[in-house]
Every structure is written in C-alpha cells, then in structure tokens.
Design a protein around this ligand. Structure first.
Ligand code: SF4
Ligand code: MG
Length: 328
C-alpha cells in the first residue's frame, strides 16, 4: 500500500444523444515516487481519458464516473471538494499535452506565461518569477533562455515550444508529471530529443511520470513499467524488460511484432488486423476477440479475468500463460 498515485477500478462513461459509450471499464494502476509508467494503447483505448480523470479535466457531463477511486497520497481526488482538488491539480500532479501550440497563449511572451503562473500560484514577486522562468527554460535546455524570455510562442520551433510546455509543467515542482503523447506532433529527430529530455528530468528531479503513448517503440528507454490498454481496460501490465522479452497478451504480442527492432533484422513486420472496437458496442467476452488470431469460442462467451503471472505482472487473456510461454 501507500502508492504515490493509484487509480482503483475506475469506470467512465460518455453519455451522448446516440447512446452511452463505456470508455473506461475498471482500470487500475499505480505509480510510486520517481518511477515512470507508460500507458500504451491505440486511440480510443482510454489512456487519455484516464489521465483526464486524474487531472479533473473531463467534461462532466457528457462524461460520468459511475465508480472508482483516484488516490493521491491516499486521498481520493474524486471525492475531494473542488478547491482542495485544484491545489493538487497542476501543483502536485501536472500534465503536458500533445499540442504545445494550442496550449500556449499566442499573445503573451513565453517567459511571461511561465512567470504569471508562478505569481498566481506561488505568490512570487515579478522579479523572482522572471528569474525562475529563466531557470526553468534553462532546465529544459532552451538555448539562450535569458534572451528568449520575451519571445512569443510562434517564434519557437515545435520542439522548442514543447520544451516551453515542459518548463511550465515543472514550474510548480510537481511530484507527478503526466505526459500525453508529448512527441506525437513532432518529427522523429525532435521526438527522440524530447524523450531524452523527459528521461533526464525525471532522473534529476526524482519525479514520477505517466507517459501516455500509442508508440511502443518510444517507451523502452524511458519507462519502468507498461500498462497496455484496450477498450477501456488494462489488458497487460508488466515491467518493460519482461514485456519486451515475452508478452503475455496476444494484443501486446501483435504490437511488438509491428515495430521494427534492431535485434530482429530482416524480419517481416506484421500489423494487427481490424479496427479498435466501437465503445458503444464493445464485443462480448474478450473485447479483443474479433481481432485476435488465437480466439476460440470461450473468448466470445466469457470475459477474461485479470490473471496474475507473478512479479506484478498481469494479463487479461484466457490463455495468458500459454502466450507468455510462447506455446501459442
Ligand atoms: Fe485472444 Fe482469447 Fe486471449 Fe482474448 S482471451 S486475447 S480473444 S486468446
Ligand atoms: Mg489521446
């Protein structure tokens, strides 16, 4: 017990005119101080929605949370009064988004935007806020930070803007940083630089991080553990090394077979057939069964329970052990 952050059996539904979509269906995960959890999944798997629930930024309604807990240092954020919750959000737990350009205000210099947050939330003087803003821009390795503090967002490249966003998210010295697809909008070289920066920061600042991504290729060097999501569930959870060595769920196995690997030169890449499920009509039994090459009748009829495979490893597949052992 006593995790820094723990999501417990969370359910989220979206109520729309066309019906209700079960977006999160019993998600549990935890994060300890200083570690990085990668939450991996296709778009619509619920990885961002879980993060938005943690941050308290879900639109309610249409979103409703029928049950579940989000514990931060043992306190359930979902039952906390809004003003208490606001002290946690942004300060203790902060989030960076995919699209830095739309998250920054185009009409104010970036240094001013960082400083203003420090003035509002920490009550800093103008001079202190400016000094700290420069420090933060140096921390995220923006060259000539002191000279660039008066520049506007559009004067920075995409990668530099994402660094500004990271600087802002670190301004209040959070214990947890949630990064939602932080590099998706960037080109490959810049992606790698930003991932390196995040890795360095979390080591130097001893921060815990939730890294949300659809790209299994980017997490190997940064994450300690991976939670793989599908149809609003965590279908596999393991430490990064074990998962790469031997996946215990056919979906993860499919994902691994679809990324290029240096140690498997010349091997043909496969892709997972079919599309993610419609969350208004999640398939019976195992939600992955229409796409799973190993599906049997049992998979259509019975929802797989989450099986424990030891070492904090789980898989929600009827044949988890067989997949893990490479027998299917
Ligand atoms: Fe495939 Fe069946 Fe396992 Fe689901 S339970 S992943 S359909 S083998
Ligand atoms: Mg998303």
């Amino acid at each position: 017990d006593g995790h820094l952050l723990e999501v417990r059996d969370l359910f989220v539904e979206f109520h729309t005119r066309d019906g209700s979509a079960k977006v999160i269906n019993g998600v549990s995960y935890h994060l300890d101080a200083g570690e990085t959890l990668a939450v991996l999944g296709e778009s619509g798997s619920g990885k961002s929605v879980t993060a938005q629930a943690i941050m308290g930024i879900l639109d309610m309604p249409p979103a409703v949370i029928p049950s579940g807990q989000i514990l931060y240092r043992g306190t359930d954020l979902l039952t906390l009064p809004e003003d208490e919750r606001r002290k946690v959000r942004g300060k203790q737990i902060s989030m960076i988004f995919q699209d830095a350009l739309s998250a920054l205000n185009p009409v104010f210099p970036v240094g001013w935007q960082i400083g203003e947050m420090l003035r509002l939330r920490e009550g800093m003087s103008r001079a202190d806020a400016k000094r700290r803003a420069i420090e933060l821009m140096e921390l995220v390795k923006i060259p000539a930070a002191r000279q660039r503090i008066g520049d506007y967002p559009h004067q920075f490249s995409g990668g530099m803007r994402q660094r500004v966003m990271i600087a802002m998210s670190l301004a209040l010295d959070p214990a947890v940083l949630i990064a939602d697809e932080p590099t998706t909008a960037l080109d490959v070289t810049v992606q790698a630089q930003i991932m390196d920066l995040l890795g360095e920061l979390r080591r130097d600042l001893n921060m815990a991080m939730i890294l949300i991504t659809h790209d299994l290729g980017v997490v190997a060097d940064v994450a300690d553990r991976i939670a793989v999501m599908y149809a609003g569930r965590i279908i596999e959870h393991a430490d990064v090394h074990s998962l790469y060595e031997a996946p215990a769920h056919p979906y993860t196995k499919g994902l691994l077979e679809s990324i290029p690997r240096l140690d498997h030169k010349g091997q043909r890449l496969t892709t997972i057939r079919g599309l993610p499920p419609n969350l208004m009509r999640i398939p019976s039994g195992c939600p992955f069964h229409p796409r799973c090459p190993y599906a049997r009748q049992e998979c259509v009829d019975v929802v797989p329970t989450v099986r424990s495979l030891g070492n904090d490893r789980t898989s929600a597949c009827h044949f988890a052990q067989e997949v893990l052992d490479g027998r299917i």
